[in-house]
Design a protein around this ligand. Structure first.
Ligand SMILES: Nc1ncnc2c1ncn2[C@@H]1O[C@H](COP(=O)(O)OP(=O)(O)OP(=O)(O)O)[C@@H](O)[C@H]1O
Length: 256
């Protein structure tokens, strides 16, 4: 882990009509960290995620990635800035193969435009071959290389989640943002996911994740922020978070 700040967000407020969904929320993630965002249902985790990744417009807030201000005004701008994300509900191109899904992610970073693709210039063909190789590498990396040609909707649930991560990695992001990657997974799949996230971290990537499985988060994250009713109530090492009276009260006060 380095001592460089990768993502620095401060003063985010977001209101939906009469509901103040986020109040002065900030986050500081160092390069190479696995950073967790937790909190009871309705705490504002997804809203904050959606703001960071350009899906919701914040009312206020400052946003910096790798020392440069970025504007979370639209998802494609955020992707260009270097943040890739997955969603709570799997969003793959179900009719495409696993390989094709990852190739779509790779295209975010390629140079040949529509003209090149249509006329199949030599450069475009070479780039296509390179993308294919890179996509296969990523499938191998997340552990589903053997299913490259399988239509993605026929993959198991856990493998679809892996495929989403491979597709996000294909954009070569500075930050990988995962929204509840373990949702719906059984214990074996969760264990495998944990191993994959450690592997991603060991490759030098920085990861931000929202997850309901607090036990998984405690064992995995370098630091954690806890939200309750749209406000940050604690930030720190997992061991500190676990002992924090406000966090314990927030969780005991809900169905968790
Ligand atoms: N598009 C929206 N319009 C209006 N209210 C919204 C919208 N999105 C979220 N909210 C409200 O904002 C609050 C925070 O919701 P959010 O989904 O961010 O919480 P969460 O911590 O992600 O919850 P969960 O763990 O259940 O996914 C909730 O009261 C929710 O009803």
């Amino acid at each position: 882990m380095s001592d460089k700040i990768l993502l620095n967000i401060a003063g985010v407020n977001k209101r939906f009509g009469g509901l103040q969904a986020l109040t002065d929320v900030g986050i500081k993630i160092m390069e190479g960290q696995i950073y967790g965002l937790i909190g009871p249902n309705g705490a504002g985790k997804t809203t904050f995620f959606n703001v960071i990744t350009g899906l919701y417009q914040p009312d206020t807030g400052t946003f910096e990635l790798a020392g440069k201000p970025y504007s979370p005004s639209a998802p494609h701008e955020v992707a260009k800035a270097g943040i890739a994300r997955t969603f709570q509900n799997i969003r793959l191109f179900g009719e495409m193969t696993a390989l094709e899904n990852v190739m779509v992610g790779c295209h975010v970073r390629t140079h040949q435009g529509v003209f090149g693709a249509v006329f199949r210039h030599k450069a475009a063909r070479q780039e296509e071959a390179m993308i294919r190789r890179r996509a296969q590498e990523l499938l191998d990396f997340v552990g589903i290389g053997e299913f490259a040609k399988r239509t993605s909707k026929f993959l198991s649930y856990g493998d679809q989640r892996r495929l989403e991560i491979a597709r996000a990695l294909a954009t070569d992001p500075k930050l990988l943002a995962l929204d509840e990657p373990a949702a719906g997974m059984n214990a074996t799949e969760k264990l495998a996911l944990r191993e994959l996230l450690v592997k991603i971290k060991n490759e030098g990537k920085t990861v931000l994740l929202i997850e309901h499985d607090v036990k998984l988060m405690m064992g995995l994250c370098d630091r954690i922020t806890v939200l309750e009713y749209g406000k940050p109530i604690a930030e720190g090492l997992p061991a500190e978070i676990q002992q924090n009276p406000a966090v314990i009260a927030a969780y005991l006060g809900t169905a968790h």
